[in-house]
Design a protein around this ligand. Structure first.
Ligand code: GLU
Length: 487
């Protein structure tokens, strides 16, 4: 009997990076395990030697760790069912393949690549729906097999699919799924290099690791009948299956590198918060109550259920990810953002040591509603970190008139007199100056904004002025008068 508490696994074949689809699979497995007090297992499926990439596993584990999906059993932490890296379990697969041969459920196949190719071409000519092995080697006698093996003729081990009947299983997401056995190929289980194929290793490990639920992408659905047959032929209890919907580009094609990044690391490097990535990925195929969209990981754990996963493909919408990133930034305390901002500043020309935490927190708060990424603090409002060197030409053309310098001199004179430079006083003083000059306040507001920030848009002007402080504001206005006059 499989245990009552779920044991689920994320079983990637490391390719060098963590694909967003892989992260979705990992996340749903993780949420299911956490919600149901189960175990989340990481198993590395690295039996395809041709796809080996140096450091790929380490990179994948590091990304999972960064995003916060800690596994209960897996490489480097182990558990009772290890090793959790398939290339370290080769002897296990061989033993079980031999068991299937003994039962007549698998057989040696010595066909050459050339024969298989001819078979494929023949079948294509006959317009068969798919190329399938013709069980040719099943006819070999025990003696012939023995002789071939002694002669070390290259061979594979194939599943001996009974072509009659149907494979039927209930998938939590896709409901009842049926496959005609006549469409199931005599799948290779052990390759000529002695390594198992994905199908054999995957089923054996799911069984030995006591996996209760196989939650994986829809692209594996067509493999499932082969897996079901393997469970049956071994006489093992089957796990419950849940195949997650495909991830799609906005044009509904299958999510591909060509239309954007697919590596989680790329999103991390672009400045997306892990909270936002997790939230976004969770919504790719699942939705919570009342169409709520903002979720923290602990809320996801509470709300997640496999029954609520959709069948239809999920569109990867980058605008939604951007929105979630800004929402998750807003959700953070200013102190937490300060830590992130300081990290971001390491790679910028501004050094956080040159500004007090008090100052930076004020900047953080005033800009919080306007940013999508932490780096936007630097790119959208560099004027909090340095005096503007240039002034937006279109704003000059529209807002800087011949009498603007004179008006600004008057404002400076009034600002100089101020003792406390808070936003209320800055505003009253500006308004009074406009009245004195008999001009509309706009004639001061826009040039002052341009003078202190170099641009025409941003948060409330008086708040900016308060943060910059009296001396800085006056210096900047004077500098603008000088520079704009020359230009
Ligand atoms: N190794 C497969 C992969 O790369 C695992 C599929 C499964 O979960 O069964 O995704």
């Amino acid at each position: 009997m499989l245990s009552e508490k779920p044991r689920v696994r994320f079983a990637p074949s490391p390719t060098g990076y963590l694909h967003v689809g892989g992260l979705r699979t990992a996340l749903y497995n993780y949420l299911y395990a956490k919600k149901n007090d189960g175990k989340f297992i990481l198993r590395i499926e690295d039996t395809d030697k041709n796809r080996y990439v140096e450091g790929a596993m380490e990179n994948l584990i590091e990304t999972l760790k960064w995003i916060g999906l800690d596994y209960n059993e897996g490489p480097f932490i182990n558990g009772n069912f290890g090793p959790y890296i398939q290339s370290q379990r080769l002897n296990i697969y061989r033993k079980y393949a031999d068991e299937l041969i003994e039962k007549g459920k698998a057989y040696h196949c010595f066909c050459t690549a050339e024969r298989l190719e001819n078979l494929r071409v023949e079948q294509k000519k006959l317009k068969l729906p798919q190329a399938m092995y013709d069980k040719h080697c099943l006819k070999l006698t025990q003696d012939e097999i023995k002789e071939n093996l002694e002669k070390q003729i290259p061979h594979v081990i194939r599943l001996n699919v009974d072509k009659k009947g149907k494979v039927v299983f209930d998938d939590i997401i896709r409901d009842r799924v049926e496959f005609d056995c006549s469409t199931i190929d005599d799948q290779v289980l052990i390759k000529s290099d002695g390594y198992p194929t994905y199908h054999l290793a995957n089923v054996i490990d799911d069984h030995l690791m006591k996996i209760t639920h196989v939650i994986r992408g829809e692209e594996w659905l067509s493999s499932t009948p082969k897996h079901i047959l393997l469970y049956d032929y071994f006489g093992w209890e089957k796990p419950i299956f849940a195949h997650l919907p495909l991830l799609l580009n906005p044009d509904k094609s299958k999510l591909s590198k060509r239309q954007g990044d697919v590596a989680v690391e790329d999103y991390r490097d672009k400045g997306y918060l892990k909270e936002a990535i997790i939230n976004f990925i969770a919504l790719l195929g699942w939705s919570g109550k009342d169409n709520k969209e903002f979720f923290m990981l602990d809320e996801l754990i509470k709300e997640f259920s496999l029954e609520k996963v959709h069948k239809a493909g999920a569109v990867f919408n980058i605008e939604k990810l951007n929105w979630l990133n800004s929402e998750h930034i807003k959700n953070k305390s200013s102190e937490d953002i300060l830590t992130l901002l300081k990290k971001e500043m390491i790679n910028s020309k501004f050094k956080s040591e040159n500004y007090s935490d008090f100052y930076l927190i004020k900047v953080i708060e005033i800009m919080k509603e306007r940013i999508t990424f932490i780096k936007d603090y630097i790119t959208l409002s560099p004027y909090f970190f340095e005096k503007p060197e240039d002034y937006d030409k279109s704003v000059i053309d529209k807002r800087w008139e011949s009498d603007t310098p004179e008006h600004l001199h008057k404002l400076i004179a009034n600002y100089v007199k101020l003792e406390h430079l808070n936003k209320e006083q800055l505003e009253i003083t500006l308004k009074n100056t406009a009245e004195e000059l008999e001009i509309g306040t706009g004639k001061l507001i826009h040039p002052v904004r341009l003078a202190v920030s170099g641009i025409g848009v941003g948060p409330g002007l008086y708040e900016i002025l308060e943060i910059l402080g009296k001396d800085e504001v006056i210096t900047r206005i004077k500098k603008a008068i000088e520079k704009i006059k020359q230009s």
